[in-house]
Design a binder for this molecule. Structure first.
Ligand SMILES: [Zn+2]
Length: 258
């Protein structure tokens, strides 16, 4: 492989197929059936080194290098926003998985068959605790607000209940994730994560109730201190680390030029 002067990092909503260079974001209708993003970026920047990862992995990378996961080698970065995503740092490395989708925490199942998820499954935490899901639940019960920001500010009992339900579901998913992964920190970002105590109190209560094993009792769950651009920062770090021996992103093999 020749030396390349340009680096491009792509952080994409998932699911992704990193080895194929294709993304198929659940919450981005136009690309839901697959978009060959690596080929498109290579066309725009001929000769550039293109690194692609799911947004959750980029977020984990940003948190690990610059944010709330700095100083630990085992952590989970989550985003709670339009969807719920995440990325993992395990044993000091951002984990990608087979197809680049490791850390897809939004589809941990916390409820039953009565709660359909956009992924086609049922009971996923994203179907209960994403901003739009909580808003939808409240509106179906008569609350008249428009979005997650209004929901967080509302004193209406239905809004409070929607946030309680979302926080509780998030806490359950976090308990399952930390038991599975043996991480000591969970850092949560995303617009809906900033909903305040009405979300965070039931979240912490659910973690206390469910995370009982000794190795997860002292896991810290905290709000991210990074800005909304953390995923972009992570994509930049990804690009710069694409050739770094400490960090091995999955590479897209399609159309690789030499
Ligand atoms: Zn799902």
């Amino acid at each position: 492989m020749g030396r390349r002067s340009q680096l491009s990092g792509i952080g994409a909503a998932g699911p992704v197929d990193v080895p194929a260079g294709v993304i198929a974001p659940l919450n981005l209708t136009a690309w839901r059936d697959g978009f060959a993003i690596v080929a498109a970026v290579r066309e725009l920047f001929p000769g550039a080194e293109v690194a692609c990862a799911i947004d959750g992995a980029c977020l984990a990378l940003a948190e690990y290098r610059l944010g709330g996961l700095k100083g630990t080698d085992n952590g989970l970065a989550m985003t709670v926003s339009t969807g719920i995503g995440g990325g993992l740092v395990l044993d000091g490395r951002v984990v990608m998985g087979r197809t680049g989708n490791a850390g897809h925490v939004g589809h941990i199942v916390v409820a039953g068959d009565e709660t359909p998820c956009a992924c086609g499954g049922f009971g996923c935490v994203e179907a209960i605790a994403s901003g739009p899901a909580a808003v939808r639940w409240a509106r179906e019960r008569g609350w008249s607000g428009a979005d997650g920001v209004e929901l967080a500010r509302s004193a209406d009992p239905i809004a409070v209940k929607a946030l309680n339900r979302a926080g509780s579901a998030l806490g359950q998913s976090i308990s399952s994730a930390v038991a599975l992964l043996d991480v000591d920190r969970v850092v949560i970002s995303g617009g809906f994560a900033h909903s305040g105590p009405a979300l965070w109190e039931p979240l912490r209560e659910a973690v206390r109730r469910h995370a009982r094993l000794s190795f997860i009792q002292d896991t810290r769950v905290q709000l991210s201190t990074l800005s909304d651009g953390a995923t972009l920062v992570g994509a930049g770090v990804l690009a710069m680390n694409a050739t770094d021996s400490n960090f091995k992103p999955l590479t897209c093999e399609v159309g690789e030029e030499d």
